[in-house]
Ligand binder design. Structure first.
Ligand SMILES: [Zn+2]
Length: 92
């Protein structure tokens, strides 16, 4: 029996961001001299692996997250919306 597939939005739905622990420590230290934006400091890359999906810190060359999909295929949306039409778009 096939599960009913719910829509996967292409709008920004992130509730919690991934962070490299080493970057967070550096941001805390740098913040003593002025505010540092984690978004601007982070240098994360994301990609598919043999197991699933991995988030990698380019700054420290370390793993942030590696998800094993255990052979399962999951619904995904790779559409790109026009930022002008995205109500969730932020400039932060
Ligand atoms: Zn890092």
């Amino acid at each position: 029996m096939r599960r009913r597939q719910r829509p996967v939005p292409a709008t920004k739905e992130i509730k919690m961001y991934f962070h490299c622990g080493l970057c967070v420590e550096e941001i805390k230290a740098l913040a003593k001299h002025g505010p540092v934006s984690p978004r601007e400091y982070a240098e994360l890359e994301a990609g598919w692996t043999e197991l699933g999906l991995q988030i990698w810190c380019k700054r420290h060359e370390v793993n942030v997250l590696h998800i094993d999909f255990e052979g399962q295929k999951h619904p995904a949306n790779m559409d790109r919306l026009d930022p002008e039409e995205d109500d969730h778009a932020e400039d932060a």
